[in-house]
Design a protein around this ligand. Structure first.
Ligand SMILES: C[S@@+](CC[C@H](N)C(=O)[O-])C[C@H]1O[C@@H](n2cnc3c(N)ncnc32)[C@H](O)[C@@H]1O
Length: 250
């Protein structure tokens, strides 16, 4: 329990970098993405829904596409060991910096590795809980990463994927309008075909100030869409539906 198997040396970072799917929001402006994370899900409903499936106290957790490592300290509060995997070198660097600032008893249980979901630098059956939040696993096309997740999970281990539920909520409406070709039902069919379970979670963005909300909306949406959203939506909050997709390895 709790120990991730050996982190395999993957060698050439250039190869890993080519596996990365560009994420303009966090790649171009990690400071505003940090602000966004600060305002997401203040009730921590996502973590509660995950815990209802599988608690990670004392266990080995893998965060795939960990970005700047925002969630690593949260997992490390109770997990036995936490590995953050991130293919974009500047973000992996920021994640390591974040970990450096933690108290040593937490810090020593976290490591950050530059890698993509398609080539996880972890031993077979070495992880109890996989978490991927708004990263790589957006439905069709994520099969190589899903094969890797299955490989590194221990029997009985659970993988969680958090993504937008564009069929519901005010934020879902913004998303559908901004990306009219996105087909949320096709994404649902993708996960169902693979036998994953869905927990619908209602969260909210709650930002400190209107200026913060505007900054985050402008990070996530193109200028015209952001203008329209901000013209019709007042305040500092928005209701936001997400899907928690999960799968327990047999
Ligand atoms: C929207 S950000 C989310 C970051 C983090 N999960 C969070 O919630 O703060 C998406 C992340 O996925 C990473 N990513 C891109 N391609 C990836 C891949 N092939 N495998 C794993 N992560 C990837 C990006 O570099 C970025 O850090």
């Amino acid at each position: 329990m709790g120990d991730v198997g050996d982190v395999v040396n993957m060698g050439d970072v250039g190869d890993l970098h080519r596996l990365a799917i560009p994420s303009p929001n966090i790649w171009d402006d990690p400071d505003t993405y940090e602000l966004e994370n600060d305002g997401v899900d203040p009730e921590r409903a996502i973590e509660a829904a995950m815990r209802a499936v599988q608690d990670w106290s004392g266990l080995a957790v893998l965060d795939v596409g960990c970005g700047t490592g925002y969630h690593l300290p949260r997992f490390a509060q109770t997990a036995g060991h936490v590995v953050g995997v991130e293919p974009h070198p500047p973000l992996a660097h920021r994640a390591r910096e974040r970990v450096t600032l933690l108290p040593s008893e937490v810090r020593q249980r976290i490591e950050v590795v530059e890698a993509g979901a398609q080539q996880l630098p972890l031993a077979d059956a070495s992880v109890d809980v996989v978490h991927a939040r708004w990263a790589y696993f957006f439905g069709a096309g994520s099969e190589p990463g899903l094969d890797e997740v299955e490989r590194v999970l221990r029997p009985g281990g659970v993988a969680f994927v958090i993504d937008n539920d564009a069929t519901r909520s005010t934020f879902g409406g913004w998303f559908r309008r901004a990306w009219p070709t996105y087909d949320p039902l096709a994404v649902q069919r993708f996960w169902r075909r693979r036998g994953w379970e869905r927990t619908e979670v209602d969260i909210r963005w709650s930002h400190r100030t209107r200026a913060d909300l505007e900054r985050v909306v402008r990070l996530e949406f193109a200028p015209a869409a952001a203008d329209a959203i901000l013209a019709e939506h007042e305040g500092t909050e928005v209701d936001y539906a997400v899907n928690l997709w999960w799968h327990r390895r047999g």
